[in-house]
Design a protein around this ligand. Structure first.
Ligand code: GLN
Length: 530
């Protein structure tokens, strides 16, 4: 899949092209496309759970926090799951350039639907963003990889620049979309224009659509700079290969249709109406069932030599570590946003800001700290053997973030809002964790796995984020339970938020210890010659 495609002829020409910070001009095209795509994604994510939990009279959907968390969890989990299909489709049929274009269009339509008023358009909008991101996200990174020939030493720094684009989009989006959706100053502007201020949410989602539109416009206008990178499907398919791919597509589509038909039949015949919790349960089975089956196949397949199989065990351990990491990290849009909105004093130096603005902090810190971390990692060599340690450190830091937030939960227990310092420190730890684990995650998985399953490894990486995101949403799902107050005593009835944060921190720290203990045996496995 994406990163593994052989460089095409254009990359040879690209080697002499240094027009974008010493990199091929095509990188600028991809940088800005991804910047705007991430702008739209994170702008929407900044306000998503807040919109869902806001009362209908105030323009929201009036969901409980538990239902909002389930919706958020399913949605974000699918956003990271569908790229597995998107990468495959581009490889076999579309070519990456076209997949990015179609994906961007579908994403924009999704945000337009979200900007409309109504529950049906809301779900249709989320589904479109899921499908569009599945097409765009893996393939845009794939094209970045194809801009460079195998020997081109600028490849890694090209990816670092691209990562900056992601984070610039992710950092600026909540400021814009969050301000439009939540800020009282914008609401009074709406009022003065004769528009019901409860519609402010739709302006937030609308801004995400406009962002994606800019990204698309830019992609189309400057697309010629990509040359042949990702233009056609990966392997020049023989008639036989094409027929096989079509057959797989047919069977895959039939399975999906059957599963959906089965679920609908179940839903219609159920005596009670289907709740979001039911959907959550079904999705849990599907997700974990397929992941379990996949790894069972991967680890037991007869095709591997003994050394390959041992390394795939390492991939599995890294997969588990990655799931835990993202399960904590991806609560930025759910648990941490609830905490920002209800428990944090959202002001600095007397100047107040929208609670969704907190979602800019991580990306902003990553932009600021990435050069420092790149320098640190360049100083430390022995890349493969240290990947477990870096995973352990990454997971330690996300856990530490929640451990720190226990202080914020306790400080806000009596009804007073906690200092912004708590949430800021939490996000700082999460950003350090991301800079430890994220850059090394995908590359160590692909380096460990046999050459012929490189594409599958990109999928494994995305699936780990998907599983993690879903697990994290289960924590957000019980947030409300933990904040219940005993009406007689005024004391927390659900154990208090501090207990919930303790459980998350403990889980992450336990995984840190497991990864640290396994680091040595894993290094031995990696070093073994056969
Ligand atoms: N912030 C990065 C992105 O959106 C990484 C997020 C993730 O992999 N979960 O691409």
């Amino acid at each position: 899949m994406a990163h593994t495609n052989a460089p095409q002829p254009s990359t040879i020409a690209a080697q002499s092209d240094r027009s974008f910070f010493g990199h091929p001009r095509g990188l600028a095209t991809l940088f800005f496309t991804e910047m705007w795509e991430r702008f739209s994604y994170y702008g929407m994510r900044a306000i998503l759970v807040l919109f869902m939990t806001t009362a209908t009279v105030d323009g929201g959907l009036g969901f409980t926090k538990a239902d909002a968390a389930i919706t958020y969890g399913l949605y974000t989990s699918l956003v990271f799951l569908l790229p597995v299909l998107g990468g495959w489709l581009a490889d076999k049929f579309l070519g990456m350039q076209r997949a990015v274009l179609y994906g961007g269009i579908v994403i924009m339509i999704g945000h337009i639907l979200l900007a409309m008023h109504g529950v049906a358009t809301f779900y249709a909008g989320l589904a479109s963003v899921v499908i569009g991101t599945g097409l765009l996200k893996p393939n845009i990174s794939g094209i970045v990889g194809q801009l460079y020939s195998e020997e081109d030493r600028r490849r890694d720094s090209g990816f670092s620049i691209f990562y900056m684009g992601i984070n610039l989009g992710a950092c600026s989006a909540p400021l814009v979309c969050g301000w439009l959706a939540q800020d009282p100053r914008f609401r009074s502007m709406l009022q003065s224009w004769g528009i019901d201020p409860a519609n402010s949410w739709h302006f937030g989602f609308g801004a995400a659509a406009v962002g994606m539109f800019f990204g698309l416009l830019q992609y189309v206008i400057t697309g010629r700079h990509l040359g042949n990178a990702g233009r056609s499907p990966a392997v020049e398919p023989t008639a036989e290969a094409r027929a096989k791919a079509r057959q797989t597509l047919g069977i895959g589509t039939a399975v999906i249709v059957l599963v959906i038909a089965g679920l609908l039949t179940w839903a219609f015949n159920k005596s009670e109406p289907v709740t979001k919790a039911d959907v959550n349960g079904v999705y849990t089975w599907i997700l974990f069932g397929s992941v379990g089956a996949f790894f069972a196949w991967l680890l037991t397949s007869a095709a591997w030599k003994p050394l390959e199989r041992r390394r795939l065990v390492v991939v599995f351990v890294l997969f588990l570590g990655s799931c835990v990491f993202w399960s904590v990290f991806e609560q930025a849009g759910s648990t941490l946003t609830f905490f920002a909105d209800e428990r944090t004093r959202n002001s600095i130096f007397g100047w107040s800001f929208a609670s969704s603005w907190w979602q800019s902090v991580n990306a902003g810190l990553v932009v600021l700290c990435a050069p420092l971390f790149a320098w640190i990692w360049a100083k430390l060599d022995n890349f493969d053997r240290s990947s477990m340690i870096r995973f352990a450190i990454g997971i330690f830091f996300v856990g530490l973030g929640f451990a720190i937030l226990i202080g914020g939960a306790l400080a806000s227990e009596g009804g007073e809002r906690a200092s912004p310092g708590w949430l800021f420190s939490c996000y700082l730890c999460h950003s350090i964790g991301e800079l430890c684990l994220s850059p090394v995650g995908l590359s160590s998985m692909t380096r460990l796995a046999p050459q012929r399953v490189q594409g599958t490894m990109l999928g494994v990486w995305f699936v780990s984020i998907s599983v993690g995101t879903f697990l994290g949403s289960q924590v957000a799902g019980v947030y409300e339970e933990f904040t219940k107050v005993n009406l007689d005593t005024g004391a927390p009835a659900g154990g208090g938020l501090a207990d919930l944060f303790k459980a998350v921190a403990f889980g992450a720290l336990a995984m840190t210890v497991i990864m640290a203990i396994l680091a040595r045996p894993v290094a031995k496995l990696i070093d073994a010659k056969k």
